[in-house]
Design a protein around this ligand. Structure first.
Ligand code: NAD
Ligand code: UFG
Length: 338
């Protein structure tokens, strides 16, 4: 029996493939390379020390999915495949609803048809919306998302929960990620954003390597200790290990469970910049600019449900995250392009 990993060539997916294999799972990977490159797959195989089947396939292609299920015995799906750029989702919402929401519906239809009813889904802290105060707990009311990307995650959580109510054989774990950063400690795989990065850590790394002149820090007048935004940064390898635990759980239970994957500790943008400089002995020039529309002051998790339900806890600290992000960036200044 194997676990199908959709979007397995992407940033979080590639790290998860390695941790799943290390934990003894057989995996099958699917990706349409919309936001990833074949080189990521080569390096994932190299780091895992084991080959696994790969299908270049879109999650909206029901026939392609059927073939994967027919050619492999799939007992559960870890579902990463999706579009994730918040700003872009405001410009082209239909593309996001089609890819993320429709894609997940097609995937679930084929899974049900093939008798595979276990899924670990990549949700996001963004489903908590603007109103809930941190630390965020899974029992808070979700919704009130500020952009189409966030709404796709909110809608998919609802769809998967409805599915579990309609058919008690379904088992779904909704993993709400906080802010994944860092890279595999080998420096061989990591986050490879297209164009100018939107997210903090890839931007910081590209400033440190001289590709970008300086970081713009979006606001220093939030109600936080130093005025800059506070986030729950989590090492991508810790996050990947959370998927191993969630898979163990989904194979042994039914029903839907939402689980936060975060460290529970909030660090500010300035904390991260200073930790990065110190851990790596590099400079990161910055300038304070206006707040970015839609941003919140402090967002961090209460990770206790992940500990009690899944037996998972983040182990890596901010220094590891900064060191590993820099190793990836400095060893691969052009990402996977080289
Ligand atoms: P990523 O873009 O690196 O990986 C997603 C992968 O899915 C890519 O390889 C892409 O080619 C593939 N894909 C997209 N649409 C597809 C489709 N229709 N069919 C097949 N493959 C498709 O992103 P990531 O950072 O690894 O994120 C993985 C998941 O986690 C996404 O669903 C994302 O929304 C979610 N998430 C990410 C973050 C974050 O900060 N990185 C935070 C919260 C949630
Ligand atoms: N920031 C800057 N300058 C930058 C980029 C970011 O100051 O160039 C600040 C932001 O204002 C924020 C913090 O750094 O305070 C983190 O910003 P990111 O863009 O890295 O991450 P967000 O918390 O805004 O969003 C991330 C993902 C979303 C996801 C959300 C859920 O990008 O997909 O976490 O928590 F929905």
């Amino acid at each position: 029996m194997a676990i199908l990993i959709t979007g397995g060539c992407g940033y979080i997916g590639s790290h998860t493939c390695i941790e799943m294999i290390k934990a003894g799972y057989d995996i099958v990977v699917l990706d349409n390379y919309y936001n990833s490159k074949p080189e990521a797959l080569n390096r994932t195989r190299e780091l895992a020390g084991k080959d696994f089947p790969f299908y270049e396939c879109d999650i909206r292609d029901a026939e392609g999915l059927r073939r994967i299920f027919k050619e492999n015995k799939i007992e559960a799906v870890i579902h990463f495949a999706g579009l994730k750029a918040v700003g872009e989702s405001v410009q082209i919402p239909l593309k996001y609803y089609d890819n993320n929401v429709n894609g997940t519906v097609v995937l679930c239809q084929v899974m049900a048809e093939m008798g595979c009813k276990r899924m670990i889904f990549s949700s996001s802290a963004t489903v908590y919306g603007e109103k809930n105060p941190s630390p965020l707990t899974e029992d808070m009311e979700i919704g009130g998302c500020t952009n189409p990307y966030g709404r796709t995650k909110f809608m998919i959580e609802g769809i998967l929960s409805d599915l579990c109510v309609s058919d008690p054989e379904w088992s779904v774990v909704l993993l709400r990620y906080f802010n994944p950063i860092g890279a595999h400690e080998s420096g061989r795989i990591g986050e490879d954003p297209n164009g100018i990065p939107n997210n903090l850590m890839p931007y910081v790394s590209q400033v440190a390597i001289g590709k970008l002149a300086r970081l713009s820090i979006f606001g220093d007048d939030y109600d936080t200790p130093d005025g800059t935004g506070v986030r729950d940064f989590i090492h991508v390898v810790d996050l990947a290990r959370g998927h191993v635990k969630a898979t163990d759980y989904a194979l042994a239970h039914t029903g839907a469970e939402a689980v936060n994957l975060g460290t529970g500790t909030g660090y500010s943008v300035l904390d991260l910049v200073n930790a990065f400089k110190e851990a790596n002995g590099v400079d990161v020039p910055y300038v304070i600019v206006d707040r970015r529309p839609g941003d919140l002051g402090a967002v961090y998790s209460d990770p206790s449900k992940a500990a009690s339900l899944l037996g998972w806890k983040a182990e890596k600290g901010l220094e590891d995250m900064c060191r590993d992000s820099w190793r990836w960036q400095s060893q691969n200044p052009k990402g996977y392009a080289e």
